[in-house]
Design a protein around this ligand. Sequence first.
Ligand code: ANZ
Length: 821
Amino acid sequence: PTGYPFAPIESKWQKYWSDNATFKTPPRSASKPKKYILDMFPYPSGSGLHVGHPEGYTASDVMARYFRQTGHDVLHPMGWDSFGLPAEQYAMQTGTHPEVTTFKNIETFKRQLKSLGFSYDWDKEIATTDPEYVRWTQWIFIQLFNKGLAAQSSVSVNWCPALGTVLANEEVINGLSERGDHPVKRLPLRQWVLEITKYADRLEEGLEGLDWPAGTMTSQKQWIGKSSGCEIVFSTPDSLPPISVFTTRCDTLMGVTYVSLAPEHPLVSDLTAAYQQKEVEAYVAETSSRSDMDRTSNKEKTGVFTGSYCVHPLTGESVPIWVADYVLGSYGSGAVMAVPAHDERDYEFAQKFNLEIKPVVDSSSGSELPFTGTGVNVNSGEFDGLKTGKAKKAVMKKLETLNMGGEKIQYKLRDWLFSRQRYWGEPIPIYFPIKFDDEADSSDPKTCKHTIDYDTPIAVEESELPLELPPMEDFHPGDDPAGCLARAEDWRYFQKDGKWFARETNTMPQWAGSCWYYLRYTDPKNNDQAWSEKADKDWLPVDLYVGGAEHAVLHLLYARFWHQVLYDLGYTQHKEPFQKLVHQGMILGADNEKMSKSRGNVVNPDVVVSETGADSLRLYEMFMGPLEAVKPWQSEQVSGVVRFQRKLYQVCQNIVTEDRATGDDDETTKILHKTMKKVTADIESMSFNTAISTLMVLTNHLSSLKTPASKDTMEKLALMVSPFAPHLGEECWNMLGHSETLAYAPWVEWNDSLTVDNEVTMGVQVNGKVRGEITIGKDVEDEAIAVDLAMAQEKVAKYAEAGKVVKVIFRPGKILNLIVK
Ligand code: ANZ
């Protein structure tokens, strides 16, 4: 028995909140500030919630509850990121339609979240799979398409045969799919691409001014990969187009000893001399299946000479042209000016193929080659003696006057591959005209020979959205890269004004829905618009976004991109969507390993809720350590917070029973005021573990009192504990005579003068040696008073006879040092 009947209390308050619509989002009032508190919505998987989910959700809930009590209008919604592979894979195994599985999983997640007492406004709930939501996701795609930011391209893609789909670069790690670790190959396919690269600089600049974890800012910056350098042109023989290279070290131009092209560079075959053709072709074929990751890894460099030469833009000398796969086709211009003396990759390559190595930067420290640092130019003609920075400027200027190059900003970011050959996703709302081979035989594309005119994409009319998925029974992707929707022929082919068309059969990636859900939450039932201008004005930007660091790059970058486009189109007034971002640290199993089914170390929150209650789970997760820290789950430590709840409940019972009207003793008052100050500051800085331990100290103190503390003190404790343990908070508040919820009761206020200790104990030194101590008022500045107090002590007086003190060093509250002769 815990002595605290949590089960009936928790269900009573959950019913109360729901019956009274306690957490319904208020209409925005002009006089109040707002807080939009957002959780990264979950993918409703088949295994339900694990204890990692409620960590972030509790943190955000504490903040939502705190802000309601501090006079803010709060928007705190929840929903479901419900498209995605697992439901589809489950469907393939069992024949259950993904919609059925998804619906069932959502029910489970919702029941679990409700059992934890989170203060969500469930009227704002959305699911990305809901046709009304899909409608607007497709509408946004059409905005991107109309703006020229969604285009088709035949690109070399990451094809994952096991998953039957193409994956974004971001979803491939070391040549394996991020989901499931399946091998990934490179293939050319017609794909939809979102041109996120057009927003590279905006995405970089927009980070400025956001209150985000430093590590996440850095990850986004590195992903965008802004690099300032120079574009340099090397002319080629036979009036072929020149080779343009991107370099961040144009100061080393005089040290170029060869130029190297990526195997997929468009000039490779034209530049290959006849006698080298076989070798070059073989090399290109051999390297085409290698992933970028593989090519840039530290494996031995490979390459082949084209047999041709280009012209050095400053010296006019011939420079041999090579093909090497350490040069990536997708970065810069797909070609490099190689400077083996000052670049590691070029050095390795030159060593292996016996190419010239010409040092042009003197390190003065006499380091070995390759020397990749900065220094002073040598062997560089007119640039000799210039330091790296100056040399860069001088070379750049020279190239500009010769019209052979100039400044160039380069980004690592690639366009976002947006097609998936899957069933369980939003259909891309595009269709294409059909051309029949034989006009006389053009009654039906299912039976008559035809081609689809992919070069003429047409957006589905807004009035026809949402374009829903066709019902299908077989969800296998199949080997047709058009995807499984290609098999739903009655859906794919349709007639309009007597003409036949074919729908796009690719679907959107799971990221699509999560790119704008925070906007839809502001106006989830709007049938005419994705959200209204007022809703955006009222609630955006998100003031606090809590979620896992695994989304540092992908989701957060994609969502920012859509948001910036929507801003440019005038659909939001806010440049950035997420003002403050916090990542909760992962909760590991007790064995310090990641929780997973296969390790058998998963803790189900349902079990904790039924054994010791929702508040115990909430309190424990916030008490385990700093929110951002990775920490192991230790079931036995839940009992600590259970004891705390029991004690707090007993203190409240005693106070109510004794019903005393008198005030508290000075010590209690002081502890209370210090607690109010500290807990408030800790919540503001999201240092929840220290807030809870401070509440524990106060509770222990109150429970140790012979005469129970005042009702007023208990009320304050109930208010302070309520963001963490809302059921317990409400119960105490109710016992203290309040008939209404404390969810909107004003937050505690303290008296600052009661939070400082007015007296301090400080050491007294004589000639720098501690000889005693005095207790003195904190703000006593008069040194005579301090000296009198000190001399009143026998021990001090013994060393510092009055009259012999020649100097007094007194820093109030800190030190008293008497110097004697
Ligand atoms: C000459 C040079 C001399 C370079 C030197 C470096 C040091 P970041 O900073 O990542 O932008 N590079 C350019 N395009 C490339 C491609 N498609 N594939 C592989 N490497 C490429 O890197 C820019 C540098 O990476 C460029 O500067 C170029 O090598 C190489 F002492 O040019 B450098």
